[in-house]
Design a protein. Structure first.
Length: 274
């Protein structure tokens, strides 16, 4: 089964001419048409502690992307659209650090955003993916490579298969701008415990820096955002809002598409380090 699922993921990744939405739609179609091959919500939730443990199989990765991928993508894209203008001073080289990247959805959302603004081909991306799950990390690398090809972007990918408490943040680079992405991880207690040490490393990243964090407004997420703001007190600018987002997505518990509304908390901060 694992080989079959790998083939499906690879096949779907080749359909990304229009961005992540194409991959998501393809994976939803596969999930919907093959119910006997899928994990149930309870089985997935119990094994992964409600999606907070590292994924260990392609079957778990497919369930995750179908159940949560579109929500993650849409919230990150919305935060980007509300807080930055990438067309004012397009950068030739951009560094992206995706913390607890999973299958790379936050980075894919950033790439989609660059494409929508018409500047994708003007920038070369230096992408750093930090993720303890080898399965997720391999998929993230594949999807980013495939989307970069579809958009005609130059991209170099650097992977760290490790938890955030052991992460090594790239401090020096030819890139003048760094985008730090934390998508749907700030509610996890083990991530919250690493925020003080991560902040110290992040503060030393040279050039202009932007940090983007998104998560549903869970009680644990509120704690995470509080810690993040406290530890990132060196940032010059800070944006922190809650938004009710409504979109069409596939619901795995109902096996159908419907309109979904969720309250997302989103934060952006920026600073310059020499």
């Amino acid at each position: 089964m694992s080989n079959q699922l790998q083939i499906q993921i690879d096949k779907a990744s080749e359909t990304m001419d229009g961005g992540f939405s194409d991959y998501y739609q393809n994976m939803v179609n596969y999930f919907h048409q093959n119910p006997d091959h899928n994990l149930s919500y309870s089985a997935f939730s119990n094994r992964t502690n409600r999606a907070t443990n590292a994924l260990v199989s392609e079957k778990e990765a497919i369930f995750y992307i179908v159940a949560y991928g579109w929500q993650h993508h849409q919230s990150m894209q919305y935060l980007l659209s509300q807080t930055i203008d990438v067309t004012s001073e397009p950068q030739e080289n951009i560094r992206v650090v995706d913390y607890g990247c999973g299958q790379g959805v936050a980075t894919l959302a950033f790439m989609d955003y660059l494409s929508q603004k018409g500047v994708a081909q003007q920038s070369s991306l230096e992408v750093h993916l930090i993720e303890p799950s080898k399965v997720s990390l391999d998929i993230a690398k594949l999807l980013i490579e495939r989307l970069a090809k579809a958009y005609g972007m130059q991209v170099s990918i650097h992977c760290q298969e490790r938890t955030l408490d052991n992460a090594l943040i790239p401090l020096n680079s030819e890139c003048k701008e760094t985008f730090h992405l934390l998508s749907n991880v700030i509610d996890i207690e083990t991530v919250q415990e690493t925020l003080p040490s991560l902040a110290k490393q992040i503060m030393s990243c040279t050039g202009k820096n932007f940090l983007f964090a998104t998560c549903p407004r869970y009680a644990n997420a509120q704690t995470g955002f509080r810690i993040l703001r406290q530890e990132m007190d060196f940032a010059d600018n800070f944006y922190d809002e809650c938004w009710d987002m409504t979109y069409q997505m596939y619901r795995v518990t109902q096996a159908c598409w419907n309109q979904h509304t969720s309250t997302q908390r989103m934060a952006m901060m920026s600073w310059i380090s020499s």
